[in-house]
Design a protein around this ligand. Structure first.
Ligand code: IMP
Length: 428
């Protein structure tokens, strides 16, 4: 098993970054396949805290290569700032980071567009409007940005169109085209050495026996097709996206490992049947430090939702599931788990497809006994309290996938890898 996808099973922020970091040594290349600088995970380098948004975290491991695939939308200013902060912390990016020449370029007017249209509580980074231009076949890609002869005319056309739309919405920001052009031309020169056909790079590497990790951003239920539409992001966060978003065929991808929290969170608007709007929700938020790493917004918190993760397992074909932040539930007397949804007199075990459908359901809970003993930092499965093991077994039985790894704290050593699990085999 060489090439493995690691992705979020819920609505993002499951703690993928830590798991990617944990298993990174086994790979030669880490590739991102979708999203943009709406994603974010916090990493510590020495005493310094970084939030990586666009660059795969593999870059933090000496000798590894990192790829920003064609499925991403790239804000050059955000990317260059990230590179700069890594370089100044002694992480040398040069020669190890590759950006797809087919990735779309995000411009300031994409943020302006988002201000007019955002109805779902996005991260306001211009991500959706940039993907709209991609799907509308008018977007500009990295290769266009580097094309000195044509870029200026192409940008002019796209910017003029945005100006027309903005003024129709009564926004007259006086877009300074000359300045934007100069900025982007300067960005282009700085990025030029990193831009290439990354589909070719990845496929050649795989053919040469190199191992690739595909690092998902956001989470499955934020996937444009399969998530809780329209309260989703604009890219393919589920496993299928790894192929379209990098150009590596499905036949070259060997396994999918998903990461889920021991409870559920989401940021932004949209359905969330198990949301705990009471004091319990606050407790989880505080204990789990559930505040967005990109926007700082408090995350909505609630209980584990089995129908949702089961659906996610079906879509992605999980080989193993990692459960993170188990320790956040320490101390609870009882832990509700959603086993089905109730709609009128009917019980549903599948996710609704419409906003109205979501509004019409209520979660059906089973309550499991809590463990009321600290698990933080535990690194051996047998050392978990019996009720915590029973909780994990309950989840794996009902999802139908092993829980191969459990995270009990932010540090690397605060992790349980279950002996003889598929997880262990995959990353041995
Ligand atoms: P956008 O990706 O900025 O367009 O936002 C669309 C939805 O996805 C909003 O509900 C965001 O809060 C959510 N979202 C985007 N990125 C992340 C992430 O990395 N973690 C969790 N939610 C996210």
């Amino acid at each position: 098993m060489s090439n493995i996808i690691i992705l979020g099973a819920q609505w993002g922020d499951e703690g993928k970054g830590k798991i990617v970091d944990l298993v990174c040594d086994r790979f030669d290349i880490v590739a991102r396949y979708q999203g943009g600088h709406n994603a974010g995970h916090t990493v510590l380098i020495g005493e310094k805290k970084f939030i990586l948004k666009l660059i795969p975290s593999g870059i933090l491991h000496p000798g590894k290569q990192a790829v920003i695939g064609n499925g991403l939308v790239v804000d050059p200013a955000a990317l260059l700032t990230e590179i700069q902060s890594l370089e100044s912390a002694g992480v040398h990016v040069s020669g190890r980071l590759f950006i797809s020449n087919r990735a779309h370029v995000l411009f300031p007017f994409h943020r302006t567009m988002e201000r007019m249209l955002d109805a779902i509580g996005t991260t306001s980074r211009g991500i959706g409007p940039c993907y709209e231009d991609k799907a509308g076949r008018r977007g500009l890609r990295m290769a266009d940005l580097l094309d000195d002869r044509n870029f200026s005319a192409q940008l002019k056309t796209l910017a003029a169109e945005k100006g027309t739309v903005a003024s129709a919405f009564g926004i007259n920001e006086g877009l300074d085209l000359a300045r934007m052009l100069a900025d982007y031309q300067a960005f282009a020169e700085r990025m030029r050495p990193m831009v290439c056909d990354t589909a070719r790079l990845l496929n050649d590497a795989i053919r040469a026996g190199k191992k690739v990790m595909f690092e998902g951003a956001q989470g499955t239920l934020l996937d444009l097709d399969h998530g809780t539409y329209p309260f989703v992001t604009s890219s393919s966060a589920s496993a299928g996206g790894a192929s379209t978003g990098t150009g590596v065929p499905p036949t070259r991808i060997d396994a999918v490992v998903a990461v889920a929290k021991a409870y559920t969170t989401r940021v932004g608007g949209g359905p969330f049947p198990t949301e705990a709007l009471d004091d319990m929700g606050d407790q989880i938020r505080q204990r789990g430090n559930e505040f967005g790493s990109v926007t700082g917004r408090p995350r909505r918190c609630g209980w584990f939702d089995l129908p949702l993760v089961r659906y996610s397992a079906m879509l992605n074909g999980f080989d193993s599931l990692v459960v993170t932040k188990l320790d956040v539930l320490d101390g609870l007397e009882k832990i509700p788990v959603c086993v089905a949804y109730r709609s009128g007199r009917h019980e549903l075990t599948e996710m609704p497809a419409t906003t109205a459908g979501w509004a019409a359901i209520e979660p059906v809970y089973e309550c499991l006994p809590g463990w009321q003993t600290p698990t933080a930092g535990t690194s051996r499965y047998e050392e978990l309290p019996q009720q915590a093991r029973a909780y994990l077994t309950y989840l794996e039985d009902r999802i139908g996938v092993e829980v191969g790894c459990i995270s009990t704290g932010p540090e690397r050593n605060q992790t349980i890898i279950r002996p003889d699990s598929r997880f262990q085999q995959l990353f041995a």
